[in-house]
Design a protein around this ligand. Structure first.
Ligand code: NAD
Length: 263
């Protein structure tokens, strides 16, 4: 039977940061189809994202927290419990990218990437854990990246932040190891989302090649499958991490990378 048909997450509340597009929206949709009420967050098309979640027959709300601001993050967590009465699943997904060599990397871009991709995960987890511990059950799912485990040229801030997310995942998993709360990371390779489309467009422009050739080049350099992973596949892994079968997975790094890290 398909996991989503069991509605295993009925009555639970999930906060998915950065979920108005891409992987976040894919995960929010998968959790909604498994029955969870969803708090969306992010700066994209809010109405379209809300409609997509509500189509799954669950309740949905949006909070416009800027994940680079700790006070906003506290407000987001309070909003979830006030709106739906609980906070059971936290998906730390909001993320941004900037590609430049270290010598030319603007310092303010570094600060911004560390704030959104790493510090937000700490602040949100810090706010969520007491609530989950009190309920005796919880899931924290951190969307890291293959770049939490290896580096790539031009991505100093992103790689540093994602390695930090992997470290934070391990510590949070240890600190909750004797509870019903688990903390794990998903490490996607290339997934076709607005964040990656921008890198394809930049490559096409930089090397004066077509978008199709830039796409093949981007995939060919790193991802042995030659294909993107999909947001639906990442969503399915998140639903699995919320299942009973995953109850003793703690501090894991689940790679969904078309073989990137098998090389
Ligand atoms: P995306 O650009 O499609 O989505 C990012 C989301 O985060 C959007 O909803 C955006 O509005 C939101 N966001 C950005 N800054 C924010 C802020 N300050 N506060 C609140 N929300 C903010 O990107 P994506 O590719 O879906 O990336 C999602 C996550 O997956 C990121 O953490 C990214 O690092 C990670 N990831 C992506 C890939 C990939 O190939 N796409 C691979 C590995 C990891």
């Amino acid at each position: 039977m398909h996991l989503s048909q069991t509605l295993a997450l009925a009555g639970k509340t999930a906060v998915v940061t950065g979920s108005t597009s891409g992987i976040g929206l894919g995960i929010a949709t998968a959790l909604a189809r498994a029955g969870a009420n969803i708090v969306l967050n992010g700066f994209g098309d809010v109405a379209a994202a809300l409609a997509r979640i509500e189509a799954a027959g669950v309740r949905a709300a949006h909070h416009d927290a800027d994940m680079s601001r700790p006070a906003d993050i506290e407000a987001l967590m309070a909003f979830a419990t006030n709106t739906f009465g609980s906070l059971d699943i936290l998906v730390n997904n909001a993320g941004i990218q900037y590609v430049e060599t270290i010598e030319h990397f603007p310092a303010e871009r570094w600060d911004q990437i560390i704030a959104v991709n790493l510090s937000a995960t700490f602040h949100a987890t810090r706010a969520a854990l007491p609530i989950m511990r009190a309920a005796g059950w919880g899931r924290v799912i951190n969307i890291a990246s293959v770049h939490g485990l290896v580096g790539s040229v031009g991505k100093s801030a992103y790689v540093a932040a994602k390695h930090g997310v992997i470290g934070l995942t391990k510590v949070a998993a240890l600190e909750t190891a004797r509870s019903g709360v688990t903390v794990n990371a998903i490490c996607p390779g290339w997934v076709l989302t607005p964040l990656v489309q921008k890198q394809i467009d930049d490559l096409a422009h930089r090397e004066s090649i077509s978008t199709e050739d830039a796409t093949l080049k981007l995939l060919g350099e790193k991802q042995p499958s030659g294909r993107f992973a999909s947001v639906e596949q990442i969503g399915g892994v998140a639903v699995f991490l919320c299942s009973e079968a995953a109850s003793e997975m703690r501090g894991a790094e689940l790679k969904v990378d078309g073989g990137w890290l098998a090389q």
